[in-house]
Design a binder for this molecule. Structure first.
Ligand code: CTP
Length: 403
């Protein structure tokens, strides 16, 4: 439909970016980005109407997103020469709009387009040798000022390199090193750094990305306290195993993966020094509070569980671990070298945490107990008794409460 519409508008439309890259790599990608050589907002409005979807626009950037009835999003951008500021790095004068649009992008492999007008449907547009780079498995920028224009591309280069098991090209690598020497990261807002870091830490192959960031000096550029040492490296490697074990058990993404790895990166940093990191990342008060809480509960629980010498009852394991958010429990599991503790944590995650009891607050009310905080305490103690199999079934639980 979009291709036909482009024809009616007397213009060209293209699918661009990650979608094209991933088709050539035979990987799934559901983010559809269109570029049209006309007013993208008008185009998106019409496309939305034709497809019974709705459109949202960003007038300043001449971009729009069309949301189709099935929820599929299609981003529409405008490629019109008059909208571009002429980049200093650009040597040629005569350029088509699509070429200029692609030239502003980060890496060759992301700068591919495919015609979708019916007359030229499926024709690949490759101005910058992207097909060669895909074949050679290379991440390469398009011009020497790319990282100066946008230093977050350094983290993107690492993310794509590790995701596809590519290599950052030699010249590109040198430009990354130069950009870091020029302290370009200092200019980046905390928000943008955290955004890129989250993207990296939420992908597969996180240990590889972290090692690469460390080797190139990216971690140090983000904050000197974050550089790797052998214990952090070990924990991060082990975290990958623990997280994939957990995700196989539970299909729902019940944990925030990036936070779990971030705990590993911050391992051994004192509480006052963590303040520097929260400040650099411009964490909101809520984010900071959450992370402080996470670290404190880990500190408390790890202290308790690591000191154990004799066997623990299920209720004791539960008591120690239940105040800790899941990310923290997985972190403790990755950090310990003792199989017995790993076993306790696995028992907690797979059974103890999920076990329910039969009585509720209503039953306590029926017993004539006055509602209040003691309700939670009584239910908690009943759960502990159930975990140790001291009471079974509703009747025994009620008896237990009465006593
Ligand atoms: N882009 C860029 N510089 C950035 C971010 C994005 O040039 N700092 C360009 C890239 O060319 C990319 C496009 O904008 O292809 C869309 O960005 P994004 O959705 O982040 O990239 P994808 O390649 O689709 O990545 P992913 O597969 O992770 O969704």
């Amino acid at each position: 439909t979009a291709g036909q519409m482009a024809e009616e508008f007397g213009t060209e439309a293209y699918v661009v970016g990650g979608f094209v890259r991933d088709i050539l790599l035979t990987k799934p990608n559901f983010d559809l980005d269109l570029v049209v050589e006309t007013d993208g907002i008008k185009f998106a409005k019409k496309l939305a109407k034709k497809m019974s979807g709705r459109a949202k626009y960003h007038r300043k950037f001449k971009t729009a997103v069309v949301i189709l009835p099935d929820g599929q999003r299609v981003d529409v951008a405008t490629a019109r020469l008059e909208y571009y500021e002429y980049p200093a790095a650009l040597p040629t004068v005569e350029l088509s709009s699509i070429k200029m649009d692609l030239y502003r992008r980060d890496f060759t492999v992301n700068a591919l387009a495919v015609h979708i007008n019916p007359s030229s449907f499926g024709k690949l547009v490759d101005f910058f040798g992207a097909q060669r780079d895909l074949k050679d498995r290379t991440i390469r920028i398009l011009h020497a000022l790319s990282f100066v224009e946008d230093p977050t591309r350094i983290m993107r280069a690492i993310r794509f390199e590790q995701r596809f098991d590519f290599r950052i090209g030699g010249q590109t690598l040198n430009l990354i090193k130069n950009a870091l020497k020029l302290n370009l990261f200092n200019k980046l807002s905390g928000y943008r750094i955290v955004h890129e870091l989250k993207l990296i830490l939420n992908e597969d192959a996180v240990p590889g990305s972290i090692k690469r960031m460390d080797e190139l000096g990216v971690l140090e550029a983000i904050h000197p306290l974050l550089v790797l040492n052998s214990s952090r490296e070990q924990v991060i490697t082990e975290l990958e195993r623990v997280i994939s074990w957990h995700s196989l058990l539970y299909l729902e993404p019940t944990i925030s993966v990036w936070k779990t790895y971030f705990l590993g990166l911050c391992m051994g940093i004192s509480k006052p020094k963590m303040e520097q990191i929260y400040n650099r990342f411009s964490f909101s008060q809520t984010e900071e509070r959450e992370f402080v809480h996470l670290r404190e509960t880990i500190f408390w629980a790890a202290g308790n569980i690591m000191n154990i010498r004799e066997e623990l009852k299920p209720s004791e394991i539960y008591t120690i671990l239940h105040p800790v958010p899941l990310e923290g429990v997985l972190f403790i599991m990755a950090r310990t070298k003792r199989d017995m503790i790993k076993k306790y944590i696995s028992q907690y995650l797979t059974t103890l945490r999920l076990q329910t009891i039969d009585i509720t607050g209503d039953d306590l009310k029926e017993l004539g107990l006055i509602p209040g905080p003691q309700y939670a305490q009584l239910l908690f103690e009943t759960k502990l008794a159930c975990l140790d199999s001291l009471v079974k079934g509703k009747d025994e639980q009620l008896e237990f409460v009465k006593k």
